[in-house]
Design a protein around this ligand. Structure first.
Ligand code: ADP
Length: 777
């Protein structure tokens, strides 16, 4: 290829690329560029135009411009107002910048003219030309804004390089892509690049068109509907009928007038109605306004039910609907009595705390019955966003009020009993703490003007009687807990469960299945069988379910066998529910070395916790296996250290680690257990195994232990004692500090157990190790 050198004035172009054969005009404003133009006009009228790498650079240096550009002839120059010049140029050749010879007052550069080379492979070039032409046709028909003459003019182009340049100059492309095409000196190369670019552009155009069609069809539909509705309106007017819109507005107006709304609420409602009138009820805005109006109209702004504060009647309702729960009932009666005297229900909020299924919800329902109030329940389990309590602003798509207002709508009165269930299961995240919103709801000082984000109106919650429930107090946010009066509802004994089943659950189930009470009867042994062998819980929820299952199977059998009556016995239960699901650890009948009965408290209530310790030849290893959680493992290690430190006192060889391994095993039960209260049990096991002294088989124990041998108090004493009693234990060793909790143990159980209060581990060992063996001091 021949090289031709030239020195020409240079103008850096911003945002445009000029190809050979292209005629185009552009405006020049920069002083330096105008001087370059003037110089060119004075000489050959040729100028070297080359694109800037970054169009934003105001004063480019040599490094800021590409090296390949186009030599152009200046056809015309037009002075515009304000020191700008419009210039018309025609591209002649590609050229490569060799050397900038002058920077000031304008750029001048030595350039190599790149002559167009012939295409070496004729056929290949021909094929590429055809492909490019075809793609260009498609591009034009898709883009729809190119003159058709273009097609004809490209048809006439015989030279491959020229074809590529002409087409490139018509495409709307990014600066870099154009520069790439310009830099492709070889014609074949250029055609190849151009094919790729064209294909890409075609794809983009196709997508654009698809989007366009979708948007258009949507707009068309809305327009069509609007048209039809307008027509309908005109027809209705002709016929003297009121149109639907007007009817709707009248309907809302009547409802608003009837709804006994407080003044500001009514004003807001009428204002929104006015907006509805203007927006047309078929617009999306209309939909939002209608939902809002429905909410306002349906809320019980002023509906009050009359309270029945008859304490005697309340007591009757409680007794009728619930078995036992004496202290809970007493506390609630006291609460109501105080409220009656002060003539208001303000005061701390009741929080019923206890395991699942012990009747928290149902006693709250009884309170509502006794007071003659409507009842609503809202679960706070899993609520983690303030907006769930307080609602989303109306501007949100699909916004609705928060759960409190939702509950009030369901309540249909302004003074219901509102049960907030599982207040301990609430959490929070970045969207705001729901507990804060709830504080406002529960705070008597603030809740007369509770503001929901959606309603944007004050709603008076001051006459609502809120009651909350929780499984445990630990996770209730402190500020909430401070406002509540905690009433504990603990688990039931077998006897209590039996009575609840007999007097409440079974009649309820029979009623639900539409069966007269005397048609199906349960033997007492059947009820006990379900309680003992098919449920393990503090409450009675699964007992209720299991009784329901037995009942359904009985009904099916009665129908199949055409029987009128049925009496369900323990063996029927076994037949219907299969083999026993839960069995309790029954105690050994004899004293053994290293086998100790502990007591545990799980989410399902109390349970026994047998611990086994063995000693074998070894080199001082401590092995822990079985059902041990992290806390229990730590207890085991602490116990081991205690025994090592005090070995001599218990008649154990202080050097026992030299030749002995110790293995502690906690057999896996049906329910996982963990917690620190196995401390005393583990130490007793260790002392027994290492000193070969037997442990009394009829003793169970519980207590946390310190490294100095002090016994610390534990939780769930009542449940643990129930479990021990069930297992056939007659003596329980409990921490001395738990003495006060003995009040909670039902008398029927307390009278059958001997209690030993332990302050130190020695108190435990003294009572747990078989007496002839014990010689600790
Ligand atoms: P919680 O709210 O504590 O989880 P629920 O109130 O849902 O428990 O009680 C579960 C079922 O047990 C209900 O059907 C309830 O009526 C019944 N129940 C619980 N305790 C008693 C009781 N002491 N007397 C009568 N029925 C009870």
């Amino acid at each position: 290829m021949e090289k031709q050198l030239k020195i020409l004035p240079l103008i850096p172009l911003r945002g445009i690329t000029i190809f050979p054969y292209m005629v185009m005009h552009f405006d020049v404003g920069r002083e330096k560029s105008i001087l370059a133009l003037e110089d060119a006009m004075l000489n050959s009228q040729e100028i070297f135009l080359v694109a800037q790498k970054d169009a934003k650079v105001e004063e480019p240096s040599e490094d800021d411009i590409y090296t390949i550009g186009t030599v152009c002839t200046i056809k015309q120059i037009l002075k515009l107002p304000g020191n700008t010049v419009r210039v018309l140029v025609e591209g002649i050749n590609r050229a490569e910048l060799a050397n900038v010879t002058q920077q000031e007052p304008f750029f001048k550069a030595e350039i190599n003219i790149l002559e167009e080379a012939e295409c070496a492979e004729d056929n290949k070039c021909e094929a590429l030309m055809r492909a490019v032409k075809k793609a260009f046709d498609e591009y034009i028909s898709l883009s729809g804004n190119m003159p058709n003459e273009l097609l004809i003019s490209t048809d006439d182009l015989e030279s491959p390089g020229r074809l590529a340049d002409v087409i490139s100059s018509f495409l709307m492309l990014k600066g870099e892509t154009k520069q790439e095409l310009l830099e492709a000196h070889d014609a074949k190369d250029r055609l190849e690049k151009l094919t790729v670019v064209l294909r890409n552009e075609i794809d983009i155009l196709k997508i654009e068109r698809k989007i366009g069609v979708k948007v258009k069809s949507k707009i068309d539909k809305v327009q069509k509907e609007y048209y039809l509705r307008e027509q309908l309106k005109a027809i209705q007017e002709e016929l003297g009928e009121e149109d639907e819109d007007k009817k709707e507005i009248t309907r809302y107006k009547n409802k608003i007038n009837k709804a006994k709304l407080p003044k500001p609420v009514k004003e807001k409602a009428l204002y929104e109605l006015d907006r509805l009138k203007n927006s047309g009820s078929y617009s999306s805005e209309g939909g939002v306004i209608r939902t809002y109006l429905d909410w306002i109209i349906e809320l019980p702004w002023n509906n009050l039910t009359e309270d029945n504060l008859d304490i005697k009647r309340a007591r009757e309702v409680f007794e009728r609907e619930h078995y036992g729960l004496e202290d809970v009932k007493d506390r609630i009666i006291e609460y109501l009595a105080v409220r009656k005297m002060s003539n208001s229900l303000k005061g701390p909020i009741i929080c019923l705390v206890g395991p699942p299924g012990v009747g928290k919800t149902s006693i709250a329902r009884s309170i509502a019955n006794a007071l003659n109030r409507n009842f609503v329940r809202m679960s706070l389990g899993g609520v983690r966003d303030e907006a769930e309590i307080r609602g989303h602003r109306k501007t949100y798509v699909g916004a609705i009020p928060g759960r409190v207002i939702y509950g009030m709508k369901q309540a249909k009165s302004k003074n219901p009993l509102f049960l907030l269930d599982e207040i301990d299961k609430m959490s929070n995240d970045f969207r705001g703490d729901p507990a804060d919103a709830l504080l406002e709801v529960l705070d008597a000082e603030q809740n007369s003007t509770f503001r929901d984000h959606y309603l944007e109106l004050d709603f008076d919650l001051s006459q609502v009687l809120f009651i909350t429930t929780a499984n445990s107090l630990e996770t209730i946010p402190r500020p909430l807990l401070d406002r509540m009066e905690v009433i504990e509802v603990s688990g039931y004994t077998y006897e209590e469960k039996f009575h609840i089943a007999k007097d409440h659950l079974i009649p309820k189930q029979l009623k639900e299945h539409n069966i007269e009470e005397n048609k199906i009867t349960f033997a007492d042994s059947a009820i006990y069988n379900v309680i003992e062998n098919y449920t393990r819980e503090s409450g009675v929820r699964s007992l209720e379910r299991k009784l329901g299952a037995v009942l359904r199977k009985t009904i099916a059998e009665m129908l199949e066998k055409d029987k009128e009556n049925a009496h369900i016995t323990a063996s029927h239960v076994k037949k219907y529910l299969g083999p026993a699901i839960f069995t309790y650890d029954k105690i050994d009948k004899e004293d053994k070395i290293g086998v100790v009965m502990g007591m545990a408290w799980t989410g399902y209530g109390g349970d026994t916790l047998p611990v086994e310790v063995t000693v074998m030849q070894g080199d001082g290893k401590l092995e822990l296996t079985g059902q041990l959680g992290d806390v229990m493992k730590e207890s085991a290690r602490a116990g081991y250290s205690y025994v090592r430190a005090n070995a001599e006192k218990y008649g154990i060889n202080p050097e026992f680690r030299k030749d002995k391994d110790v293995h502690i095993h906690v057999p896996e039960g049906a329910v996982p257990k963990d917690g620190p209260s196995a401390g005393v049990t583990i130490i007793t096991g260790l002392v027994s195994a290492l000193s070969s002294k037997k442990v009394k088989h009829n003793v169970a124990m519980t207590g946390e232990i310190t490294l100095t041998g002090r016994v610390l108090p534990i939780g769930g004493l009542k449940e643990k004692c129930l479990a021990a009693y069930r297992a056939g234990i007659d003596t329980v060793i409990i921490p001395k500090d738990n003495e006060k909790d003995m009040l909670k143990i039902p008398k029927s159980i307390k009278s059958k157990l001997t209690f030993v209060l332990a302050d130190k581990i020695d108190d435990v060992l003294q009572n747990a190790l078989a007496s002839e063996d014990y010689n600790g001091n």
